[in-house]
Design a protein around this ligand. Structure first.
Ligand SMILES: Cc1ncc(C[n+]2csc(CCOP(=O)(O)OP(=O)(O)O)c2C)c(N)n1
Length: 583
């Protein structure tokens, strides 16, 4: 059957089971938009291509499937670059399709030409400039396979306009021939046995759980191991929700703004079992002083991660769900023959730390509204039954710290790249993916303004997300660093609370705008916001501009220098530094 390259593209997307594409057309990609009219694939017309990219990410995070975005050549494609680099850093399965100028004019500085595969090479797992119409189906099939297998990531398919216009015989590849790409999925049995043996002998083990465990849908296996071996679990910023915060073995988030118990547990551990985690500097602090007593088991699907930052005693390459399932089996066999391990004393120490040094803030009834309080109330009112996205900054940390996550894929954020502007479009993608869920974007006033235009998309496409702006009138996280590390010499961090008027902006976009600046009004405002149907809601929460995020490990310093923050007395800080709690 004869088809155009454009028809082949749309058919290929259908073959891959694509439900939705986030995109914005233009000259080079135009031929693809014609057959889209008859396709089962829903196209959501964004207002900026960065929004399409983050929406595809939100969709992928929320479902575990591939998110798809589409843009034209030149500026359309370059507008996708931030989102692609975000997806690359956070291992999010995204396929981007871009139009390119026609083959005869490639390299001639034609209108809206840019070297898209060149520009995106370092921020994609794979990309391809498709040079013939008969290659379209194969390129798309490979893109979906590569994006979603092994360590997930973004793949870009760049198709010249004349390739989209030319005709070819339709044929869908039965098999894929990718000799250079064979991810190791099944872990090495001997390594897993070694890991189980280390775990049984350890007295102060910690499961250091990263985003890979979410990606591998390994939450049940994780819980099985933690409970069988009675090992505490830290979930990084990328892994929040994969282990329930309410579980007695949960330590919460480690790292620069992690909880004391999680940070100190890693420092004192005699064994780290790193699962789909990458020893990021925001977790380790100064690498040389990180977890100095610990032997390390590191399981990851990407062999390049193992030993990258920290020397490893037992490397395990494989799908972390399989690793965990085999570890549990090995653990059980070992316990049957040699008796159980003993982590009781360690768990008691950790419980002491959790009780003595929790996240702490004070909301006075007559004082300014605290951002932590807003997140606390969101958590309480939803009972954790929401999907949260966030921008980047203090609000992101408050969301991660104060929302009690207990389901995987309920927390969607930009961890590796730290992309301000992520929250609104990611929420849009998540809501399209899971329309029955309450999808809440916890945003900063700075971050919100970077992609707020997608509110128009949400209104027109009836994607009723809730955007809660923790409006502190500042680029708050940068303000905090200037306060702490530049002697309060504030420079270019003030945004002002009132420009734009977020309520009127929401209304201008066809949504509902609300404002709240008193603690006593927070519940009623949230209930009102959550009750709105059909259109997006923006709430302008006017919060204390002087609030900081704590605990904090200053960048580049040792985790042992953790600062608990102003809510703790000097005696408490000293006790924490000495880690003197012993059950
Ligand atoms: C696109 C982008 N530009 C700059 C930064 C650097 N940066 C990190 S946090 C931050 C402030 C964020 O302000 P806001 O969104 O209002 O959140 P807040 O910290 O006040 O909660 C900035 C500028 C970034 N992460 N991303």
């Amino acid at each position: 059957m004869k088809v155009t390259g454009a028809q082949a593209l749309i058919r290929s997307l259908e073959q891959c089971g694509v439900e939705v594409v986030f995109g914005l057309p233009g000259g080079a990609i135009l031929p693809a938009y014609d057959p889209m009219r008859e396709s089962s694939v829903r196209h959501i017309l964004v207002r900026h291509e960065q929004g399409a990219g983050h929406a595809a990410e939100g969709y992928a995070w929320a479902t575990g499937r591939v998110g798809v975005c589409m843009a034209t050549s030149g500026p359309g494609a370059t507008n996708l670059v931030t989102a692609l680099s975000d997806a690359y850093m956070d291992s999010v399965a995204v396929v981007a399709v871009t139009g390119q100028v026609s083959r005869p004019v490639i390299g001639s500085d034609a209108f809206q030409e840019c070297d898209t595969t060149g520009i995106t090479l370092p921020v994609t797992k794979h990309n391809e400039l498709v040079l013939a119409p008969e290659r379209v189906a194969g390129a798309v099939a490979e893109a979906f396979y590569i994006a979603s297998t092994g360590r997930p990531g973004p793949v870009l398919v760049d198709i010249p306009k004349d390739v989209l216009q030319a005709t070819t015989e339709w044929s869908w590849p039965r098999t894929l021939d990718l000799p250079g790409y064979r991810p190791t999925v099944k872990p090495h049995a001997k390594r897993v046995r070694e890991a189980a043996a280390l775990l049984r002998r350890a007295r102060r083990p910690v499961l250091y759980v990263g985003g890979g465990v979410v990606k591998a849908n390994a939450h049940e296996a994780l819980r099985a191991l933690a409970e069988a071996a009675q090992v505490p679990v830290t979930t990084t910023l990328m892994a929040r929700g994969v282990f329930p915060d309410g579980h007695p073995l949960a330590l919460g988030m480690p790292g620069m703004h992690g909880g004391y118990a999680a940070v100190a547990a890693l420092q004192e551990a005699d064994l780290l079992v790193a699962l789909g985690a990458r020893f990021d500097d925001r977790v380790t602090g100064e690498l040389r002083t990180f977890a100095p007593h610990a032997r390390v088991v590191h399981a990851d699907i990407d062999p390049a991660e193992i030993g990258k930052n920290r020397a490893v005693d037992v490397p395990i390459v494989g799908d972390v769900r399989l690793v965990l399932e085999e570890l549990v089996a090995c653990w059980r066999a070992l316990v049957a023959s040699e008796g159980p391990g003993d982590t009781g004393a360690w768990l008691a120490v950790l419980d002491g730390w959790k009780r003595r040094f929790p996240y702490r803030y004070e909301q006075r009834s007559d004082g300014p509204l605290k951002p932590q309080f807003v997140v606390d109330r969101v958590s309480a009112l939803t009972g954790g039954n929401a999907v949260l996205t966030s921008g980047v900054g203090q609000h992101q940390m408050y969301a991660s710290q104060y929302f009690r996550f207990d389901r995987p894929r309920s927390w969607i954020n930009s961890g590796g790249a730290g992309t301000m502007g992520f929250a609104v479009p990611a929420a849009m993608g998540a809501k399209v993916a899971r329309p029955e869920e309450l999808v809440v974007a916890i945003d900063g006033d700075g971050s919100f303004q970077m992609t707020a235009q997608e509110l128009a998309t949400c209104t027109v496409e009836r994607i009723p997300i809730k955007v809660l702006i923790l409006n502190n009138g500042h680029l708050g996280m940068v303000r905090q660093w200037q306060e702490l590390f530049y002697d309060e010499r504030y420079s270019e961090v003030q945004l002002g609370f009132d420009c734009p008027d977020y309520v009127r902006l929401a209304e201008a976009y066809g949504g509902v705008g609300l404002r709240c600046d008193r603690a006593e009004d927070v519940d009623a405002t949230l209930e009102k916001a959550f009750g709105v149907e059909g259109v997006p809601v923006v709430v302008d929460f006017r919060v204390d501009a002087h609030e900081g995020v704590f605990p904090m490990v200053p960048a580049g310093r040792s985790n042992d220098e953790i600062i608990l923050g102003p809510e703790f007395s000097p005696e408490e800080q000293a006790a924490a530094t000495r880690r003197e709690v012993r059950a």
